[in-house]
Write a protein that binds this ligand. Structure first.
Ligand SMILES: [Zn+2]
Length: 224
């Protein structure tokens, strides 16, 4: 697998290249230049990107979706429970589940209000079933993994690499080391989604915030 990362504001975008190329998430609003410059730096032609998988529709994941879609012509993939947020360009924030999360959220809430998110039309709207990425030249699938938000999805490659959005966070200022997210709609649902991924045999976890880590390092945090 050829994997590239572009930091677009506070969120990370992953570019997965196998036979085909896909993008996971689209970063913070108004940071599109960081994405287009990042693409140039890694030598990827925008037209190579055939799909944009939105792991969930919080503002720091949908921020540049519309502009990236226009630039690449890629199909935007989203789960049906969050389609409206994407298509209306709404500012969605999850509730905090830790003390630090509450403090941090107060800051984020006021900061993120200054953003305007461009609405972006979805091309492929997923249900709760798995969705193969074969049509995009990627050996893997999209799996429904709700909990952080109602329509969270993850990209799980046959290699065991899993791109999980905000199902885990790794590093300051959010968490110390790989951990459960400090924001979540439903923590027990989130843990069930982790069980689902672990049962599928995922090995390496790529969060949207922080560095990748082996799932083994994280299992004890789950207390399933
Ligand atoms: Zn999120």
């Amino acid at each position: 697998m050829d994997l590239q990362t572009i930091k677009v504001g506070v969120g990370k975008c992953y570019i997965i290249k196998q036979e085909g190329t896909i993008l996971v998430d689209s970063g913070t609003p108004e940071e599109f230049n960081k994405f287009s410059e990042g693409l140039k730096d890694i030598g990827i032609n925008p037209k190579e990107i055939k799909a944009i998988v939105i792991t969930h529709c919080h503002w720091d994941h949908i921020g540049c979706a519309k502009k990236i879609k226009d630039m690449t012509g890629a199909k935007v993939i989203v789960q049906k429970y969050e389609k409206n947020i994407l298509e209306k360009g709404e500012l969605a924030m999850p509730p905090s589940v830790t003390r630090w999360g509450k403090i941090f959220a107060a800051f984020l809430n006021s900061w993120s209000k200054k953003f305007s998110i461009e609405p972006c039309e979805a091309d492929i709207v997923l249900g709760e079933e798995d969705y193969s990425l074969e049509e995009f030249g990627i050996k893997g699938k999209i799996v429904f993994t709700p909990g952080h938000s109602p329509g969270s999805i993850s990209v799980v490659l046959d290699s065991g690499d899993a791109f999980v959005g905000d199902m885990a966070m790794n590093g300051l200022p959010l968490t110390i080391g790989p951990n459960l997210p400090i924001f979540a709609e439903d923590m027990s649902l989130l843990k069930n989604s982790w069980t689902k991924l672990i049962d599928m045999g995922v090995k390496n976890i790529y969060p949207a915030h922080g560095k990748p880590f082996p799932v083994e390092k994280f299992k004890k945090k789950l207390v399933l």
